[in-house]
Design a protein around this ligand. Structure first.
Ligand code: DC
Length: 220
């Protein structure tokens, strides 16, 4: 088990997927679960103030990942519907960040996340994978990057998907989401005491993966 936590745009998704592919291990994008719950809440008109209703929604949500053969990100299904495209928008990220503040939602997703653990191993990314969900991981990594670098990465990713975004708009959303994720009481965004820290601002993602891979080999 390897956990890779960090804020949005720190490179954790790309690093985790490349590392999982290199190890031939499984991969869990825990943010997708929060995004799916955020979407479900908005679509069903559940109030973001109603923690108990949000937690019921999280417990009932059937989220499935359909791995793609060509190295493309897995497609994501919520209750039998393909939500892969809408899942990645900044707007969905904000909905996710709001439901993620609710302790009962986090509790409802805990078991679901742990169910992804299977042989030969799991690489998972999120905010609290190393601190709360998989505290016994053999290697915990925490990635950071400056807000400006993260906004630029997000801009490239979203533009490639044809979405209409601006760097300044993304920077504002990133700062707002960071503040909310770090300030919440339930499992805030913070590195585990025994996490390896990396600032990926000036680094090539392939180098980061290589470094983590070598660290893991020393521990296995
Ligand atoms: O990694 P992401 O951008 O897909 O995550 C979307 C939101 O979900 C993020 O703002 C905070 C929340 N989240 C969380 O609280 N805990 C996780 N393990 C993963 C995501």
């Amino acid at each position: 088990m390897v956990t890779i936590d960090g804020p949005g745009g720190s490179g954790k998704g790309t690093v985790s997927q490349l590392l999982a592919a290199r190890l031939a291990w499984h991969y869990l994008d825990s943010g997708a679960l929060y995004r799916a719950v955020g979407l479900a809440a908005r679509e069903r008109g559940v109030s973001f103030e109603d923690g108990a209703a949000l937690a019921r929604l999280a417990a009932a949500a059937d989220v499935r990942f359909e791995p793609q053969a060509d190295g493309q990100p897995a497609r994501v299904w919520l209750d039998g519907r393909d939500i892969s495209e809408i899942l990645r928008t900044e707007e969905t990220g904000c909905l996710a960040s709001r439901v993620a503040q609710v302790a009962a939602v986090r509790g409802a997703l805990l078991g679901k996340q742990r169910d992804f653990r299977r042989l030969p191993g799991l690489v998972t990314d999120g905010r609290d994978m190393g601190t709360t969900v998989f505290p016994d991981a053999v290697l915990k990594v925490f990635l950071t990057a400056s807000p400006e670098v993260r906004a630029e990465r997000r801009y490239k990713q979203l533009k490639e998907k044809g979405l209409d975004v601006t760097i300044s708009g993304l920077l504002g959303e990133i700062r707002e989401r960071d503040a909310r994720d770090a300030a919440r009481q339930a499992s805030p965004l913070r590195p585990a005491a025994d996490a390896e820290m990396f600032d990926t601002s000036g680094l090539d993602i392939v180098q980061v993966v290589e470094h983590i891979y070598r660290q893991l080999q020393q521990r296995l």
